[in-house]
Design a binder for this molecule. Structure first.
Ligand SMILES: Cc1cc2nc3c(=O)[nH]c(=O)nc-3n(C[C@H](O)[C@H](O)[C@H](O)COP(=O)(O)OP(=O)(O)OC[C@H]3O[C@@H](n4cnc5c(N)ncnc54)[C@H](O)[C@@H]3O)c2cc1C
Length: 390
């Protein structure tokens, strides 16, 4: 098979699908190449939160706010039910030790323009009546939302296909091809050669392996996370709830967090997400254990114990399944959305760690703008690939 397109996108997760969607919308002829089915990597082994609350105040949270706005527009344009709801989210402040750090965090985010509130005393239990009675506060972000991540990918791909995108599932990219002067000219795949003079590498944690085929070093590592799925039940929480300590497991540090060493070892922090169908998801864990995607029962047990500490009433609700996925981690917690300076025509859109579902709209839009040579919707300097060389 030999086929030609303007742009080849490698990877049919949420990021590659969003890039394909935004380019196709502009009339660009795109081929999306995915070695499994679409949404078969991390984008099907995650939660579906669209959160600004857990971003670093500043660039990180501003970019997320922009992505949240784009997502609101997307829910109108995608002809697909992605189970989108915008109920806001809260961070639970566990005790007095955490209170000052949480209030400082809240103040910085609010100053940066996030729609936030700090709830204390009885307001906490008016908001979430089933929370453990000893917690002392909640930080709320009203713009936060959630959706079904697999449905989101299907919606993006379906809509892109209708705009003319060619989607090639079960087609593995084996090599990025270059012409005699080193410019990208196509991709070798398990189903033949495809030509295009622009290629976007959006293969999540597998991005470094493909980039290495053209001598490019990409600083992305798999950071494993587990999820427990609970049976349908009356909602223990009305919206997304996570412990404030989640920020420590995400960004590093344990100060002010009152957990046993074993919980710290596996980066356990309570994340609780009700779904539209009445089930709820419980996270979270964070570990660097290579590409292993099997569930570790010890980690699942620790996660369940941590969830019970905040929601004692879920003790009798059954867990019906569990899974694990690999977050594409970068050392500074920001993704890479960038041209590759040493390989003209090659772009990278990967490394979104635990935020790829929420950042997919802005990533897709900005990558499309870069390829079309248009001004980008956000400053992309902090997302450059070569920032790690400096
Ligand atoms: C437990 C957990 C919870 C999470 N919760 C959230 C959350 O609530 N909100 C949020 O925003 N984010 C969350 N994330 C993070 C989010 O899931 C990821 O950031 C996002 O899914 C990454 O998308 P991606 O498209 O970059 O990667 P992927 O979804 O992994 O897609 C990459 C694709 O590339 C394909 N591929 C690889 N090699 C090749 C090749 N050679 N040729 C062709 N195709 C190839 C793979 O098959 C894969 O489908 C969570 C992650 C985990 C693990």
């Amino acid at each position: 098979m030999t086929s030609a397109a303007d742009v080849i996108v490698i990877g049919g997760g949420v990021i590659g699908s969003a890039v394909t969607y935004y380019l196709s919308r502009e009339g660009v002829k795109v081929s999306l190449v995915e070695r499994g089915d679409v949404a078969s990597g991390t984008s099907s082994a995650c939660d579906g939160n669209i959160l600004a609350i857990d971003k670093m105040p500043g660039y990180d949270s501003q970019v997320t706010l922009k992505s949240q706005q784009l997502l609101t527009e997307l829910t109108e344009s995608l002809d697909y039910d992605i189970e989108y709801t915008q109920r806001g989210s809260v961070l639970v402040v566990e005790d007095e030790n955490q209170e000052q750090v949480a209030r400082d965090w809240f103040a910085r985010q609010k100053e940066a323009g996030l729609p936030m509130r700090y709830l204390a005393g009885k307001e906490v239990f008016e908001d979430e009546p089933l929370l453990a009675r000893d917690v002392v506060g909640l930080v709320e972000c009203a713009s936060d939302a959630s959706l079904n991540p697999m449905a989101f990918v299907y919606g993006l791909v379906d809509t892109a296909r209708r705009a003319g995108a060619m989607v090639h599932p079960f087609t593995e990219a084996t090599e990025i091809l270059r012409d005699s002067v080193g410019t990208v000219c196509g991709v070798e795949t398990t189903r033949g050669t495809m030509s295009a003079n622009k290629v976007v590498l959006a293969a999540g944690v597998w991005t470094p392996a493909i980039a290495a085929s053209v001598g490019v070093n990409v600083r992305i590592e798999p950071r494993k996370g587990h999820i427990l799925v609970a049976e349908r039940s009356p909602r223990p929480a009305r919206r997304k709830v996570q412990e404030f300590g989640y920020l420590l497991t995400k960004f590093g540090g344990t100060e002010g967090r009152n957990v046993e060493a074993e919980m710290d070892r596996y980066g356990i922090a309570m994340v609780f997400e009700p779904t539209e169908h009445g089930n709820f998801l419980i996270g979270s864990s964070r570990e660097f254990v290579g590409f292993d995607r099997c569930c570790n029962h010890h980690v699942l047990e620790l996660m369940a114990r941590r969830a019970l500490r905040f929601f004692p009433r879920i003790r009798d609700i059954h867990v019906i399944r569990s899974y694990a996925g690999l977050r594409p981690y970068t050392p500074d917690h920001l993704p890479i959305v960038s041209p590759v300076p040493t390989v003209p025509g090659l772009y990278i859109a990967a490394g979104h760690e635990g935020d790829g579902i929420g950042l997919a709209p802005i990533t897709g839009k900005v990558t499309s703008e870069m390829i079309l040579g248009e001004p980008t919707s956000i400053t992309t300097e902090p997302l450059r690939l070569d920032r790690f060389d400096q």
